[in-house]
Design a protein. Structure first.
Length: 433
């Protein structure tokens, strides 16, 4: 499971496309704007932008947008364009909680006058999905969290129509007037179904309110939405997700190498992850397994050497030799770019694999080591190997044999060595130079 935040624009579109009959109100409209947006085309495609007052806010994976003066209310399209344009000026940045970055995307929606604000969220946990509801939503929701928040756990496989969740929701809505109560139940039920079907991991609407249609019926409207999805479900949801993208964290842009691995990850049934931490780092991880990758990185940090880490990442899910080769050469390319830094270490580690053929994946790594032999030697890199699992003996013998032939210094261990024991060795090596 990979947790990825998505833009508010895409989250709202996903929900609306999933249940158009529930969210079919004129106020439920969205437009996403970047510096390349043609405003004439935008207005032509979204005529409501000329007919309704607008709300303009960044769609950038950070909150408290109003507190930072980044929200424009009751604007016409001319003022919206002017407001957005000032933030798209070259070199223009904003500081959010100590992180500086550019605003690249704005969300524009109709401004909706309202009196009541509600809070609703869903969070996927291992044993159950947690539902939170409060009739006191909005910016002050945290102030009343322990008093007004209703938390309901829906066990895996259950729905909101099951007796337990149904009674809990009825109790949570006791103080809500009847019109909003009926609409809230329908809203929660639809959102929960969408949450499950579309592989959301978190989904928060704070606030959501209700608007009255011409026929007198109240319909829910999410004013602000935050969402995360399971990015490993992209293949399953390729039709429903359509143009869904996974933006970088605010203030950070993916490197070409990270994007390359991300593209590989999208095309394979295996898992390939890479985050560049320090281009001048001297300890580089080529680790199998998400759990192992955390343990190796945490051990380096716990030993007071976090600044030495060049990268964080993992390969798992039985990638084939070619995929492992491309993953390994990408890391070796990064790790050997700055030989002037001094000694470096490559950690080829992992726990005890369940079904990954260790020897097969090592063939891909060996291919990359051969290709980067000269750069590895120039970077004074020493390789530390610790692996176990199916066919690991053959894999370790192959790694030892090839490194000896290439004159690359290497230490090779199997399950007889605790996997974190190679970390102090690597630290001692890079610091001794």
């Amino acid at each position: 499971m990979g947790k990825s935040k998505i833009r508010e624009y895409h989250a709202k579109r996903l929900i609306k496309s999933f249940a158009p009959e529930l969210f079919d109100v004129p106020e439920n409209q969205q437009a996403l704007v970047t510096k390349d947006t043609n405003w004439d085309t935008l207005a032509e495609q979204n005529p409501w932008m000329k007919e309704m007052p607008l709300v303009v806010k960044p769609d950038m994976m950070f909150g408290q947008r109003g507190q930072h003066g980044l929200v424009l209310l009751k604007a016409d399209i001319a003022k919206a364009k002017e407001f957005v344009g000032q933030w798209f000026a070259p070199g223009k940045t904003v500081d959010i909680h100590g992180v500086s970055g550019e605003i690249t995307h704005f969300l524009i929606e109709p401004f909706v006058p309202h009196e009541r604000e509600f809070y609703f969220s869903l969070v996927a946990n291992r044993e159950a999905t947690q539902l939170n509801f409060s009739a006191c939503g909005g910016v002050s929701v945290e102030d009343s969290w322990h008093v007004a928040m209703n938390t309901i756990d829906i066990a895996v496989g259950d729905t909101l129509e099951d007796e337990g969740p149904k009674k809990a929701i009825e109790k949570a809505l006791e103080d809500v007037n009847e019109d909003f109560r009926l609409a809230s139940v329908k809203y929660m039920t639809t959102m929960f179904t969408a949450f499950e079907e579309l592989d959301f991991l978190t989904l928060e609407t704070n606030p959501f309110t209700f608007v009255q249609r011409g026929d007198g019926e109240w319909r829910p409207l999410a004013l602000d939405m935050v969402a995360e999805v399971d990015d490993t479900a992209k293949f399953k949801n390729r039709k429903a997700w359509e143009d869904l993208e996974f933006p970088d964290v605010f203030g950070r842009r993916s490197t070409p190498e990270e994007r390359f691995i991300e593209e590989m990850d999208e095309k394979t049934g295996a898992s390939l992850k890479l985050t560049l931490l320090n281009p001048l780092g001297s300890i580089w991880n080529l680790v199998a397994g998400g759990g192992a990758s955390v343990i190796f990185a945490d051990t380096v940090a716990d030993l007071g050497c976090g600044e030495l880490l060049g990268n964080y990442g993992e390969y798992s899910g039985a990638p084939n030799a070619e995929e492992t080769y491309h993953y390994a050469r990408t890391i070796l390319d990064l790790a050997t770019r700055h030989p002037e830094v001094g000694r470096s270490a490559l950690i080829i580690g992992g726990g005890i694999a369940n079904f990954t053929d260790v020897a097969k994946t090592f063939k891909g790594i060996v291919h990359a080591l051969k290709e980067y032999k000269d750069k590895i030697l120039a970077a004074k890199m020493r390789v530390y190997v610790r692996r176990a699992g199916p066919n690991y003996q053959s894999g370790l013998k192959l790694m030892q044999k090839v490194c000896d032939e290439l004159t690359i210094p290497v230490d090779v261990f199997g399950p007889e060595k605790n996997m974190t024991e190679i970390i102090p060795m690597a630290i001692a090596y890079v610091k001794s130079g």
